[in-house]
Write a protein that binds this ligand. Structure first.
Ligand code: TYD
Length: 228
């Protein structure tokens, strides 16, 4: 990994960018939805979105990426498709919302590519990082919540919810184990940006921690943010 990145690097912007990461079934979507609902109650101008598939083009890319029929998809092709989805998402949804001063919540972002493609698919962290920094113009989240849970527990939760796994979920257990380890490594590498939470805790107590961190961030941003 290239040192020096991993927190806000893009030029001045007014909004706040928060992402949620974790292995399959880690509960990150539940947490994002709880935070979203809370911020709406607080009358915060907030946008909730996801990757892959946060745009019309992204929906099509998502379909290709998750279709189990594409067994032959090369790791580089997969990496490039996630990056294409992300580029469209950044320029169509995320940046405009940040420029308008909104809080943007995103279910998965660059750390997913680093963990899934960079490590588990063995494309290499540095290549994945360079590609993603290039296509997003260095847009990193201000804050990332990593819902850490043993991958086997996550897969069990998923089995209860879904009759059929998609192309990524259906990867062997060793793949999911590497994703989990990669996330833990990322959390150590970016200790300020990434807040690691125990995904096995009760949703309400995780939500409490999430709110504490977000409240701190919003208070800091309102002190340092540029007027207007
Ligand atoms: P999704 O159904 O959105 O899963 P989840 O609910 O777990 O977020 O599918 C997204 C899948 O794509 C998931 O298995 C993780 C994977 N993924 C990557 O491999 N790289 C990426 O950059 C992103 C954003 C997702």
């Amino acid at each position: 990994m290239v040192e020096g990145h991993g927190s806000r690097t893009a030029g001045k912007r007014k909004g706040v960018f928060i992402t949620f990461e974790g292995v399959e079934g880690s509960g990150k979507t539940t947490q994002m939805n709880m935070l979203h609902a809370h911020l709406i109650r607080m009358k915060v101008d907030v946008v909730a979105t996801q990757e892959p598939g946060g745009t019309r083009l992204g929906e099509e890319i998502r379909r290709l990426l998750l279709d189990p029929a594409f067994r032959e998809m090369h790791p580089f092709a997969e990496t490039a498709l996630y990056a294409a989805d992300r580029a469209q998402h950044v320029y169509e949804v995320i940046k405009p919302a940040l420029d308008a001063g909104k809080v943007v919540l995103c279910d998965r972002y660059i750390d997913s590519s680093l963990a899934y493609q960079g490590v588990a698919r063995r494309v290499g962290m540095e290549g994945v990082q360079n590609l993603n920094e290039w296509v997003t113009d260095d847009l990193y989240p201000d804050l990332t919540f990593l819902l850490d849970i043993p991958y086997r527990v996550g897969l069990k939760r998923l089995e209860k919810r879904k009759a059929k796994f998609d192309r990524m979920e259906g990867q062997p257990e060793s793949f999911h184990e590497q994703v989990q380890e990669a996330y833990r490594t990322l959390a150590k590498f970016y200790p300020i940006r990434i807040v690691q939470l125990n995904g096995a805790d009760k949703p309400e107590s995780i939500h409490h921690r999430v709110m504490q961190e977000v409240t701190k961030l919003l208070a800091r941003e309102s002190r340092t943010g540029s007027p207007g």
